[in-house]
Design a protein around this ligand. Sequence first.
Ligand code: GDP
Length: 435
Amino acid sequence: MAAETLFAPASGFGRAAICVLRLTGPSCAEVIARLAGSVPEPRRLSLRRLRDPADGSLLDQALVVHMPGPSTFTGEDMAELHLHGGLAVRAVVLRVLAGLPDCRMAEPGDFARRAVLNGRLGPTEAEGIADLVDAETEAQRRQALRQLDGALARQVAAWREEAIACLAGAEAALDFADEDDVDDAGLDAALFARAGALADAIRAALADGRRGERLREGFHAVLVGAPNAGKSTLLNALSRRDAAIVSSRPGTTRDAIEVRCDLGGLPVILVDTAGLRETADEIEAQGIARTRRHIERADLVLVLVPAGEEADLTDLPPSALRVRTKCDLGGSAQEGWLGVSALTGEGLPALLAAIEARAQADLGAGEALLTRERHRLALTRCRDHLDAVAAGVGAPPELVCEDLRLAARALGEVGGQVGVEDVLDRLFSGFCIGK
Ligand code: GDP
């Protein structure tokens, strides 16, 4: 068990009715005793006056709970202080906690890290928690909860068991061969078939179009069109439709404006490639290059052409959604095009419905098991080793055993049975404080 006791606000950073401070580590009881005068009965919320141990001054009236380990989230002693959620209350209590011996503010993911290291949680479940906290839409929530609930962990554990069973069979044959001093261990054909079947099962899971990762990242719909085609006006008009919009924020690359929407439970990110609006030649050239990159990365391209203007569709994917903008200015409806007006709002619901249908066809096609590159890389390695086994009928048994061992090891990396320390830093870098 770690010697330090960690604390962190677990309920966010803004002003709120209640602020939950969470503690984990060996001195939880001592911290409560110092602040609240005594330690309440385990797992019972008790109303206490909290005082500064330095001078006895009153800090807050708060609900306090002590949860002795090991049956806690982290496996350690834990405590919670349910403070009033004002900024000054939280600040003074955090300052007092930081002054106590062996206590420090937690880094992002520290609570989950301890939970994993103490065997309370596997890495895939911890990833599920991170995704659940980040989930903005219903499909993201369901996927995160599935992973938190162990769907991936159970499947990977079952595959790993099968790989280990194959390995045990191969090793037994190898031992037998040693004893009898024969070259050919005569590995059972059934063993190669089993390894091949396992490789096929993993291959099928990998052939998911990266749906799990893309559901976490969001479905990127990129608006493309000449300067003045009406891209930014359309995006603004769409982002004012309260029902759809999750948040509007500047693009991470500063060359695009992104609006995050919830369309039928799916996260859709509308991207306006701002580069094309610049007029100076050089800037325009950069803008076009950036737009190309956005198109390459896009899940859907929306090509915008003002009503009545010539459409140039070269370089655009055939799957692009064609949109006639400014249709309030006239121009007759056209086969294969959606007419919209950002000015009057005409056609906007149909446009959102069309984008949602594309997102649904792409991301809504069943539940994905893999949700991170980490899972995909390990499973790809595993599949390659199993393919090598299945293809190597008659290969030296030592090599077969080594491939099976590496296949099992790759599965263990996903589930956390192997090298868990290696994955923790990367895993927790994206976590919130207090989680
Ligand atoms: P962008 O360069 O593609 O982002 O184009 P803008 O959104 O800046 O629009 C260019 C011009 O077209 C602006 O003067 C807009 O006011 C005008 N505009 C955009 N959408 C509409 C529309 O639906 N109807 C009309 N009449 N004008 C529009």
